[in-house]
Write a protein that binds this ligand. Structure first.
Ligand code: BGC
Length: 388
């Protein structure tokens, strides 16, 4: 099923998508926090994975819990051009993830578009344009995008000589971002640019440059209204708030969790005129500090669990929502040393192995996430109320 079919199905449900007194073409427009007044969609692709791939291998209370996970809203990744069949009827939350020469500092998620094969133009005309057409056509649906996980973060820290693929891709990532921001600027769209995580762009020395890279693209695109802010911790494992003390591996970063990172980055974003609003991926942050040896480990990290559930009930003005972006149970990368996209990070001591290709179903990992689930991990309080 194509992306169009997904949006047709969403449109059919438009009246329930937005809490609007009357269903109208303008119903999906918003002011302020785009997560308020809308139900986050359950990602049917993920639900199907759980029902078709996971449940046949599970029994008893574990299976019951898996069925509950299948009903938790999460993002759907558009990891290839939308003409590629996407076997799902609808989803309201999407990840744009198809930069030419994608995943330039790692290997596990190299994508379908490459700069030596007209990748920049194809990204624009074969990927972003069709998405924009659909968003325009179905403007009674509010569509929330996470934009290009790790993409711009690679322009902040990975342009040294040891990273030639990132050097080569830098201009294309920037131009792609400007193009996407301009082209997806509709009243019913909210776009959060991926900003890495506390252990990457959260180091004090990276904050200003991050804001500059984001601000430059935003200004060049004409400051589109639909650009809402920054998504952090996507596919990562950090706490939102680590109350007591920092995990040893974060030393000496004073911004050792995502809320500290947001607070530290916000003034720099404001200075560079980029909107300082955040969402944070809590899908796999249920155990802290989880089983990783160093903060740089990112692939299928051991000893963690599902974290805080998606919600726009957050403790701070800066944070629009807790979200589940990486579908828990899909692999970060293969541990097979013979595979073309093998990255050594995926067989590190911090990783669960053996692991399948990035994006493929990883049953052992899914079961671990259920067994260690902790929806209250690092939960902040708002006016004396627990966030649930
Ligand atoms: C993979 C994508 C996948 C996504 C979500 C990425 O690491 O490269 O193919 O859709 O993770 O699991």
């Amino acid at each position: 099923m194509s992306l169009k079919n997904i949006l047709v199905a969403l449109a059919a449900m438009g009246a329930t998508v937005v809490a609007s007194p009357a269903k109208s073409k303008r119903a999906a427009a918003y002011d302020g926090n785009p997560f308020e007044g809308v139900a986050m969609y359950v990602n049917p692709y993920y639900r199907d994975e759980i029902h078709d791939l996971a449940l046949p291998q599970m029994t008893g209370s574990l299976a019951e819990k898996a069925k509950q996970v299948a009903e938790i809203p999460s993002f759907q990744w558009l990891s290839a051009r939308p003409t590629t069949p996407v076997p799902t009827p609808y989803a309201g939350l999407f990840v744009i993830y198809n930069f030419p020469d994608r995943d330039c500092s790692a290997k596990a998620s190299d994508g379908e578009l490459h700069l030596d094969d007209n990748g920049l133009e194809r990204y624009q005309t074969e990927y972003i344009d069709p998405i924009a057409e659909l968003v325009k056509e179905y403007d009674d649906i509010r569509t929330i995008f996470v934009y290009e996980p790790d993409g711009l973060a690679n322009l902040v820290t990975n342009l040294e000589d040891s990273q030639p693929k990132c050097q080569g891709a830098a201009e294309a990532y920037h131009l792609s971002t400007v193009y996407a921001m301009e082209t997806l600027n509709f009243d019913n769209v909210a776009l959060y640019v991926d900003g890495g995580h506390a252990g990457w762009l959260g180091w004090p020395g990276n904050l200003n440059l991050t804001a500059e890279v984001f601000g430059n693209a935003f200004k060049e695109a004409g400051k589109p209204k639909s650009v809402r802010g920054v998504a952090t911790n996507v596919s990562n494992y950090n706490a939102v708030l680590q109350r007591d003390r920092a995990p040893a591996y974060t030393d000496p970063n004073p911004n050792w969790d995502e809320s500290r990172f947001h607070e530290a980055l916000a003034p720099f974003l404001e200075e560079h005129e980029f909107p300082a609003h955040f969402i944070v991926d809590t899908g796999r942050s249920g155990v802290q500090p989880a089983g990783r040896e160093s903060w740089g480990n990112w692939c299928n990290i051991k000893e963690t669990g599902f974290g805080i559930r998606p919600s726009s009930n957050t403790p701070t003005e800066l944070l629009d929502a807790f979200v589940w972006v990486k579908p828990g149970g899909e692999s970060d990368g293969t541990s097979d040393e013979e595979a073309v996209r093998y990255d050594t990070m995926c067989s590190s001591n911090s990783s669960v192995i053996p692991a399948p290709e990035a994006g493929d179903w990883f049953q052992d990992y899914f079961e671990m996430l259920i067994n260690n689930a902790n929806p209250l991990q690092g939960l902040l309080q708002k006016q004396g109320q627990e966030v649930c």
